[in-house]
Design a protein around this ligand. Sequence first.
Ligand code: CDT
Length: 328
Amino acid sequence: MSQPSRVVVVGAAQLGPIQKADTRASVVERLISLLRQAKERSCDLVVFPELALTTFFPRWFVDDISEADHWYEKSMPSAETQPLFDEAKKLGIGFSLGYAELTEPDDQGVVHRFNTQILVERDGSVVAKYHKVHIPGHEHHEPNRPFQHAERYYFEPGPEGFGVWAAFGGLFGMMICNDRRWPESYREMGLQGVEMILCGYNTPIHYVPDPSQDILQGFHNSLVMQSGAYQNGTWVVGVAKGGVEEGVDSLGQTCIVAPSGQIVAQTLTTADELIVAACDLDWCERYKGTLFNFDRYRRPEVYTRITQQRGSVISTANKATLEGKSHD
Ligand code: CDT
């Protein structure tokens, strides 16, 4: 008896800028328009960017963080996002959405602020929620910057790490923006058999700490996702919020990457734009079962630094050699 097809038709729904004054309702209309285009192109799943409901608010600092509470979702769905859930269910399309989450107070009365992405099945059920692990930028106001990137003020790192969930006939994981630069993100999911990783991002072209990297933003974006896909035998769907948002230009280059590391679709603009690829999840096995047969070839016993150490540590012997001293 033949096996059912494991081809998932994925739409990567890039968004152009969302300005400060744009309402949630107007953004949800844009998301619904992309969903309808996706339906016309037979998509099973549509992936939206990081913080897809608002402007990228960590570019402004407020002394009292509660003044920023209006940028966060207190429930999902909410009255404003319910139309997206309703339309997706009506069309029979699943979706993945990034947003800022403000939790209910916990037992100690503490609220948590996360940079969150969810995965919703075709029947409208929320399959999984992921909290961004690698939070970039800075904790405090840095008035000399042309714009802030205060994600470390607005979000706490997700304590749960990287999960993988059975959905759409395969194994799905999520990561958010800066997570894609870290090989650990992919490998944590790779070790759970992931077959498709969904990643939304907001990447300013201008990198304030080292502007020599500005011209390389597109190169680094594809470099990390292509290598992460190949080294773990997985599809990767990277989706941008691009274009000039409140004066800050952000990278587009939304792309769908095959387990071979090849880009199979990429956006041409930095505006709202849907790209589609039919992704055969069985293609992952070509890599997972050969060069990257983890069970056969990995050597975790010699990788202990990866979990035991955070920063790099230069040995006393090497320091002495570099300083031209003997270490006897
Ligand atoms: N949103 C996000 O994670 N952006 C980062 C840029 C951080 S620069 C301070 C990224 O990795 O693209």
